[in-house]
Design a protein around this ligand. Structure first.
Ligand code: NAD
Ligand code: ZN
Length: 346
């Protein structure tokens, strides 16, 4: 008889989500079934909940289970799976890549041209069980706090963006104090940046960034960034910029306060094209790097940074049982939240 489980499902092409009974997936050859312990809500899940233009383009076949930030334990191994054991604690890389294209062959799976995404293109992790290929399973040390591991996927985006450049003794500007910007701030301080300054228009989120240990959290809606830079002892501008807002005004401001030869990594996805004066970039000799997803090696670095003392708990603002997922999405939509963690263990 088919086994059933609870899952948070996008039922039809429209706003909202539903808690439904759906079949427990059966792991095929090379696949692993994971029993979910904790999940975290990502901005992508909020797009899907709200059914905004991005979701309308990317969610092509409802009904489907959403979610891609999670931690759990292995419940069952498909045929031929080796090197993993039932009961082992794991998370998973959410991008399922082809292993055949030029980028996959050079270890750059984040640039795979045939990527499909867990919780977007195929059933996701907001369920009692998730099935993924063995190659995407990431073993997680038992010493790590599961509430933090729940959002390692987002931590991976922040890690990839921040560690693109040498940060030791550098002055860093982060535009956008969303959960990923705040996590990136923690990484930059941990990695030896001299000053980490973060901007946003949302005071609640700037408050969370302060708890993460930034040197200054600036509301650029009413505060003068140049004045703050002076107070913080910056003389020639920022060495490194991490764009994490997806907002054109924030990006233009970033370009204007970088030192000549500064380096910028761009994670924030805009909901419309961003206009920029190329002369600013060219004449300053700025180096820009687009960031998508995360490198596989980041998963190791993430565990080790936490074990080395990087405390990410300040970014967790809400914890709910999964049956209260509506409250979690309301918190995310209010703007007064960091990471929202859902518990599937009870
Ligand atoms: P988020 O939407 O929670 O945070 C963005 C923050 O930017 C918000 O707090 C918002 O108030 C702030 N902001 C808006 N206008 C601003 C301005 N002018 N100046 C400064 N801040 C401003 O997003 P998140 O979950 O933290 O993710 C960060 C960004 O990264 C998002 O754009 C997201 O879409 C993107 N993202 C990209 C990838 C990727 O692979 N490239 C992966 C995950 C997320
Ligand atoms: Zn590939």
């Amino acid at each position: 008889m088919e086994r059933l489980m609870d899952a948070i499902v996008k039922p039809t092409a429209g706003p909202g989500l539903e808690l439904r009974r759906v079949p427990v997936p059966v792991p095929g050859p090379g696949e692993v079934l994971i029993k979910i312990h904790k999940t975290a809500i990502c901005g992508t899940d909020v797009h899907i909940y709200n059914w905004d233009p991005w979701a309308r383009i990317h969610i092509t076949h409802p009904p489907m289970t959403i979610g891609h930030e999670y931690v759990g334990e292995i419940a069952q191994l498909g045929e031929g799976v080796t090197g993993l054991t039932v009961g082992q604690r794991v998370s998973g890389e959410g991008h399922i890549t082809c292993h055949r294209c030029r980028n996959c062959h050079t270890g750059n799976i984040q640039w795979c041209k045939n990527t499909t995404s867990v919780g977007v293109d195929r059933d996701g992790a907001f369920a009692e069980y998730l099935c993924i290929p063995q190659t995407n399973v990431i073993p997680i040390d038992e010493s790590l706090d599961e509430d933090v591991v729940a959002f390692f996927d987002a931590f991976g985006n922040a890690t990839h963006t921040a560690l693109m450049w040498d940060l030791v003794g550098e002055d860093v500007l982060i535009t956008g104090a969303g959960p990923i910007g705040i996590i990136a701030a923690g990484i930059c301080k941990y990695d030896g940046a001299r000053r980490v300054i973060i901007t946003d228009l949302n005071d609640y989120r700037l408050g969370l960034a302060r708890k993460m240990g930034v040197d200054a959290a600036v509301n650029t809606g009413r505060e003068d960034l140049l004045q703050v830079m002076k107070e913080q002892g910056l003389k020639e501008g920022f060495d490194v910029g991490l764009e994490m807002s997806g907002n054109g005004a924030a990006f233009r401001q970033m370009c204007s306060v970088m030192r000549n030869g500064g380096r910028i990594s761009l994670l924030g996805l805009g909901n419309k094209p961003i206009e920029v004066d190329m002369n600013d970039i060219i004449c300053k000799g700025l180096c820009l790097q687009g960031i998508y997803g995360r490198k596989m090696d980041n998963w190791h670095k993430m565990s080790y940074m936490v074990q080395g003392g990087l405390d990410l708990t300040p970014v967790i603002t809400h914890r709910f049982h999964y049956t209260e997922f509506e409250k979690g999405f309301a918190a995310m939509n209010s703007g007064e939240s960091g990471k929202v963690v859902l518990d599937w263990t009870k």
